[in-house]
Design a binder for this molecule. Structure first.
Ligand SMILES: NC(=O)c1ccc[n+]([C@@H]2O[C@H](COP(=O)([O-])OP(=O)(O)OC[C@H]3O[C@@H](n4cnc5c(N)ncnc54)[C@H](OP(=O)(O)O)[C@@H]3O)[C@@H](O)[C@H]2O)c1
Length: 409
């Protein structure tokens, strides 16, 4: 049976919550203690309560049991000690880990000196505690990586989250514990992505980035919903094919309106909130910002402008501890080509051609880009700003001709 205990009063001194026992405080922390109905577990529960913790305590009688027995008085029944001392710990920890990853929490296993030193006439208990000690070491190793990157308590706003790289990025951030605000034009697709993100369900806001009022609404409604923004991912963009001989001013206007102008407007509106949270921005650019492509002039120029935007704003916001970086993907199979009006067959041919542009000889995967976006947004990249990071299978380093030799039907 689980019981909740309210925390005992704590004192506030100099902005710190301090328990009456010293500077250690667990105010706002939820602690689950098994075997809290007796002995060490009961005393631990009382002590955490005094330190301000919110407690969930549980016990039948005790969370570990001991029975006296040796190899000469064997009984497989006594081996049942393992059910409580190890099997239940394994099960409870497995169930708790997803929540602990979200809170960057920790686990304390109460073992025994008998896990470290043998004791006569106490065989299954000694073995169970030795197993528990190895469990502690194994799980510590396993959870190290996940613990490093967590967005628990962070609000992440992602544009173009209804498709492709933006959708994958939303799902990835959700797995890392972020509170999401996702936006796109297609309400149905946005809802599908929100479902894939699981619980807590992201806040979804539809809007056309080419419309100034919609852009304003994306920021206003996110702030109304969450009260803050920690990370802005400027991901939405469009592309069209056309060269200096074939591209129209209309094409230029369409592309720059979404890929550059809306980014400037959205970022301007987000910056006051990002300064408050010492947050950061990740812009999704392209290898097309770093290397020229034939027949994709306006898109290439828009991404080059975005890259310089990244560097300029990184400089401008550095003194406010707001980082600004960019990820520059190579080709990735998403809806972006379909939206240019190319047929499935043309897209297939083009993607085959594009493989050759990548030193690794293949196109990228949306998750490869999403993981880099999350890295740049995380504390692991705390000393990085103004970076335009290619995730392009080495395209930026090749001297291959970049010829999008295809025309619309
Ligand atoms: N895929 C690649 O090969 C590749 C390579 C390098 C860089 N990138 C970059 O990666 C980013 C994501 O592209 P993707 O490949 O994932 O493309 P995608 O699958 O076509 O997704 C584009 C997203 O942008 C949104 N969007 C487009 N125009 C919009 C507008 N006017 N208002 C609001 N939202 C708009 C779309 O929303 P709706 O669908 O709801 O309209 C969609 O969610 C882009 O910045 C792109 O330049 C892609």
């Amino acid at each position: 049976m689980a019981t909740k205990i309210s925390p005992s009063p704590t004192l506030k001194r100099g902005g710190w919550w301090i328990s009456e026992l010293g500077v250690m405080s667990f105010t706002g922390k939820v602690i689950l203690i098994t075997g809290a109905s007796s002995g060490i577990g009961a005393e631990t529960a009382k002590h955490f309560a005094q330190l301000g913790a919110l407690l969930s305590i549980t016990g039948l009688n005790n969370a570990a049991i001991v029975e006296l027995c040796s190899t000469e008085t064997p009984s497989l029944e006594q081996y049942n000690i393992f059910n409580v001392n190890i099997r239940s710990v394994f099960q409870l920890t497995t169930l708790a880990v997803p929540y602990l990853i979200k809170t960057k929490g920790n686990i304390i296993n109460v073992s025994s000196v008998t896990g470290l030193r043998p004791l006569k006439n106490n065989l299954p208990y000694c073995m169970s505690k030795a197993a528990l000690d190895q469990f502690t070491r194994c799980v510590a190793l396993e959870l190290h990586h996940d613990r490093c990157m967590s967005f628990a308590g962070k609000v992440v706003l992602i544009t173009g989250a209804s498709s492709g790289i933006g959708a994958e990025t939303a799902i990835h951030f959700a797995q890392l514990g972020a509170s999401l605000s996702i936006t796109g034009r297609n309400k149905h697709n946005l809802e599908k992505v929100a479902e894939q993100c699981g619980q807590p369900k992201p806040f979804s806001v539809t809007g056309d980035l080419a419309n100034e009022n919609d852009v304003k609404n994306i920021i206003d409604s996110t702030i109304k919903h969450y009260g803050k923004i920690d990370v802005l991912v400027n991901n939405a963009a469009i592309t069209e094919f056309g060269s200096i001989e074939t591209a129209s001013l209309e094409q230029y206007d369409n592309i720059f309106k979404v890929n550059v102008r809306s980014v400037l407007q959205l970022t301007t509106l987000a910056v006051p909130h990002l300064i408050k949270t010492k947050g950061n921005i990740v812009n999704v650019s392209s290898v097309a910002g770093l290397r020229p492509l034939k027949n994709n002039l306006s898109y290439c120029m828009s991404k080059a402008a975005l890259d310089q935007f990244t560097r300029c704003v990184a400089l401008e916001l550095a003194s406010r501890q707001v980082r600004v970086n960019s990820v520059n993907p190579g080709a990735v199979s998403t809806n972006i080509l379909r939206n240019t009006g190319l047929t499935q067959e043309q897209i297939k041919i083009l993607l085959e051609q594009l493989k050759e542009g990548h030193a690794l000889g293949r196109i990228g995967d949306t998750l490869e880009i999403a993981k880099t976006i999350a890295f740049l947004a995380s504390d692991d990249a705390s000393f990085m700003t103004g970076v335009t990071m290619p995730v392009d299978g080495g395209w930026h380093a090749t001297s291959a001709q970049s010829n999008l030799n295809i025309t619309r039907q």
